[in-house]
Design a protein around this ligand. Structure first.
Ligand code: SF4
Ligand code: SF4
Length: 141
């Protein structure tokens, strides 16, 4: 009786396994294949620096105070962005900074591979965050 139950259990298990043998796998061989991120995905930020008016709205609204901005007033009285850092040791990808930006020049992109070996490397600077209007139009954000 006991042996019969084991045999039935085994047969059922093999039946389930066999039914999945010819199906396409749901998982992907990451990192060779990356899943497409949805349009409103909250990945690493992108800054269209030429449009930034150095108003500090993003900086002020950030709940964890992880944005550092420095700028100066240029000869034409317009503010020039000098430093824009986001510390990804602290950022929680809440999107509040993006919502607060008046000229909508701060965005969240599809990049999620931001891990690093040191804490220092998790502080992204203007160079890492800068994005151009041309790239935005081409839809490569
Ligand atoms: S996403 Fe949130 S936590 Fe990250 S920088 Fe923006 S406001 Fe701060
Ligand atoms: S809110 Fe926008 S315009 Fe103002 S400092 Fe931040 S990124 Fe620049």
């Amino acid at each position: 009786m006991h042996v019969k139950q084991i045999g039935r259990g085994l047969a059922n298990g093999l039946k389930v396994t066999a039914s999945h043998l010819l199906k396409r796998p749901i998982t992907r061989p990451y990192p060779d294949q990356r899943a497409a991120t949805p349009p409103r995905f909250r990945g690493a930020h992108r800054l269209i620096a030429e449009d930034c008016v150095v108003c500090h709205a993003c900086d002020r609204v950030c709940p964890v105070d992880c944005i550092t901005i420095k700028g100066y007033r240029g000869e034409d009285r317009k503010f020039v962005l000098e430093q824009f850092d986001i510390d990804y040791n602290l950022c929680m990808f809440c999107n509040l900074c993006v919502e607060a930006c008046p000229p909508t020049c701060l965005l969240m992109g599809p990049e999620f591979e931001i891990s690093s070996a040191t804490r220092r490397e998790l502080v992204w600077t203007l160079k890492d965050l800068s994005y151009t209007k041309k790239s935005e139009k081409e839809g490569s954000l």
